[in-house]
Design a protein around this ligand. Structure first.
Ligand code: AP5
Ligand code: MG
Length: 240
C-alpha cells in the first residue's frame, strides 16, 4: 500500500498542527524506543539498510537545528545539554515537519519520538503507529556506552572507544572528518537523561503494549538483539 499524508502547519502557532488530509495507512510505520544509549541509532541504521525505512530521529533533527542556529535550535540547546527533554510543543512540531518531508516513503521509522505520553497521543492523532520496537538495556551498560561514544555528525555514525573504535583516533573512518563527543554525553547529563527516561518515557512501553503493538528486546549487545529484531520485522511485513 502507498501512503499519502499531507500536513498543513499553522504559520502563526506551531503548537497548533492541523491535518488537512490524511489518507490510507502505511505499509510500516515503526517506532524504536529505549533508554539513552540503548542502541536506537545503531539498530536504526540496520533497519534502514535492510527494510528501506525512512529514518526520522528527533535528537538528530534537534541537533541539526542547533547547528543551523535556528530559533528552534536556540530554544532547544540548553535543554539538550542538561539532559532534559525539550518541551513537547517544540519537538512535536519539528517531528511533524520531518515526517511530512518524508511522506513519500511507505516505511517510516521514528527514533527518539515520542518520549512522553502527550507526544504519543499527539502522534496517534495524526499517524497510525503499526509497530513498536522497544529496547530494554540495563542501566549499568549505558554509562560506559555513552561516555565512550564518539559521533560523526553528518552521517550519524557512532563509534565506541573500546568495542568499536575508529581506525584513527578522533577521525571518521569513511570521510576522514572529525568525530565529536556529544555535549550531553557527560556523566552528569547521562544521569539526568536516565532519570528522565525512567519517569517520562518508560511508561510508553505499557501504553503501546496495551495496543498490542510493542515488541521488547532485552540484552546488552546490539549484535545479539539485531537478528531477533530483524526476524520480528520480517514477520510483521509477511503478515501485513
Ligand atoms: P537522542 O539523540 O534521541 O538521544 P538519546 O535517546 O539519549 O539516545 P542516544 O542517541 O544517546 O542513544 P541511542 O539509543 O541512539 O544509542 P546509540 O546507537 O548511539 O536525544 C538527545 C536529546 O534530544 C534528549 O536528551 C532530549 O533533550 C532531546 N530530545 C530528543 N527527542 C526528544 C523528544 N521526543 N522530546 C523531548 N526532547 C527530545 O548507541 C550508544 C552507544 O553505544 C554508541 O557509542 C554505540 O557505539 C554503543 N553501542 C551500541 N551498541 C553497542 C553494543 N552492543 N555494545 C557496546 N556498545 C554499543
Ligand atoms: Mg541516537
Amino acid at each position: 500500500m502507498f501512503v499519502v499524508i499531507i500536513f498543513f502547519l499553522s504559520p502563526l502557532d506551531n503548537t497548533e498542527i492541523n491535518t488537512a488530509l490524511t489518507q490510507t495507512f502505511s505499509a510500516g510505520r515503526a517506532l524504536i524506543l529505549g533508554p539513552p544509549g540503548g542502541g536506537k541509532g545503531t539498530l536504526s541504521k540496520r533497519l534502514v539498510r535492510d527494510f528501506d525505512f525512512a529514518h526520522v530521529s528527533s535528537g538528530d533533527a534537534l541537533r541539526n537545528q542547533i547547528a543551523a542556529k535556528t530559533s528552534v535550535g536556540s530554544q532547544a540547546e540548553s535543554y539538550i545539554q542538561a539532559g532534559s527533554l525539550v518541551p513537547d510543543d517544540i519537538v512535536t512540531s519539528l517531528v511533524v515537519d520531518e515526517l511530512s518531508a518524508n511522506s513519500n516513503s511507505s516505511n517510516l521509522l521514528l527514533d527518539g519520538f515520542p518520549r512522553t505520553l502527550d507526544q504519543a497521543k499527539a502522534l496517534g492523532e495524526k499517524y497510525q503507529v503499526d509497530l513498536v520496537l522497544n529496547l530494554d538495556v540495563p542501566e549499568e551498560e549505558i554509562m560506559s556506552r555513552l561516555s565512550n561514544r564518539r559521533v560523526h555528525v553528518a552521517s550519524g555514525r557512532s563509534y565506541h572507544l573500546i568495542w568499536n573504535p575508529p581506525k584513527v583516533e578522533g577521525i571518521d573512518d569513511e570521510t576522514g572528518e572529525p568525530l565529536i563527543h556529544r555535549p550531553d554525553d557527560t556523566e552528569e547529563a547521562i544521569k539526568d537523561r536516565l532519570e528522565t527516561y525512567r519517569s517520562l518515557t518508560s511508561p510508553l512501553t505499557s501504553y503501546y503494549e496495551k495496543q498490542g503493538k510493542c515488541i521488547t528486546f532485552t540484552g546488552t549487545e546490539s549484535d545479539v538483539i539485531w537478528p531477533e529484531m530483524k526476524a520480528a520485522v520480517e514477520k510483521y511485513f509477511e503478515e501485513e
